[in-house]
Design a protein around this ligand. Sequence first.
Ligand SMILES: [Zn+2]
Length: 256
Amino acid sequence: MNKNINLEKNLTSLELGYQAKGFVAFLSKDSSLNRVIKDFRCGYTRASSFFKKEISKVKLTLVYSREEMDSLIGYKTASWFVGYAGFSNEIFILSPSVFDKESNHSKRDFRKVLCHEICHLFIRQIHHSYEPVWLEEGLAYWVAGQKSRLRNSNPIFNNPKAIFLIDTRIRWNKTISSQPDVPYALAFLLVDFLIKRYSKDSIVKLLMSLEGRYSKKKFCQKFRKLYGKDIKLIMEEFFSIQNIKQEGGEKYVFRT
Ligand SMILES: [Zn+2]
């Protein structure tokens, strides 16, 4: 795996927020750089105001081909895969100059995808784990304003225990492989519900209260302490307001 792909690239430094700096690595001939910088700052500001914190030294690397992305990740990536947030405050994302050519996304998705990845960095600094996955992905979707991709989703599980089919990395991946859109849709809808029904502060507090390795039992206890109700009751409430048909094969109606 070649991790040194940026050696020949330029690196530009930029102010992101109070005492926060960002760096963008790019090809000097990339004409989309100004747009990237604008979107980078905008995504950072959005995440920073939601999570009420600053993070420093974000390094954004623009990737110029599917091959380069595969080499960074270490396996053949799917055509929807356009970026990811690494563990050292790094983000790798396809440059807008190749975004639609090297993926099945439209160029317009770039700004929101970038904000989504920036959110992962913020979340990771608050909670040093990636589980429960639904909370992390749902929050990144919510803050980035990524709603359109979920319209044709078809959640198959409409029972209060569904949340425990998308909590660990292993279970999330297993569900993704059988129902690709379902985990993201459900994660987003759950986070949206918790924010609208309760508050943004509660969900950030929940994230802050999670420490150490994820365990279903510990998570449920913390959830109950913060929301004053058993998570199963909240899930029942959530599913009761969704227009999910009980019978298999029916289309889920997304409500905006
Ligand atoms: Zn994500």
